[in-house]
Write a protein that binds this ligand. Sequence first.
Ligand code: FES
Length: 160
Amino acid sequence: PAVPAREAARPEVTRRQFLRSGMYGTIGLFAAQALVGAGVMLWPAKVSGFGGRVLVPKKLSELSPDDPPLKVREGKFYLSRLPEGVIALYWKCPHLGCTVPWNESENLFHCPCHGSIYEKTGQNVGGPAPRPMDIMAIEIDGDNIWVDTGKITQRPRHLP
Ligand code: FES
């Protein structure tokens, strides 16, 4: 039987060509994923927000040891100015993870969940908390205070 002219003009895609193009497509997809992954890894570190470096909104010279701890929402920490320096305290309770508010009248951190109490240094002084509040790494740059919210540790506090 005669092949219609339109069908005869259409290039025929063989099974092999079809499979080959599928294979190239899959390889291309893997390569694209690898490139995106490498890009994410090599992208500069975040400079704000939780998990990155956060610039404390007050200068070191503006802070007094008499001030209550400064709550820095962006990095989920308190910055406590002590007579001997500054310390960044992760605001999650080491007991079971509630956010610990500063209680102005008690001059202490007082966890509302199970009653753990911490001094301005983060030292636990009451309640079920098994240890002091966690601290974040601090970098003093002139009068600026940077806190690395990705480095939460129990190291001794940083002194400028
Ligand atoms: Fe803070 Fe339990 S979570 S005392």
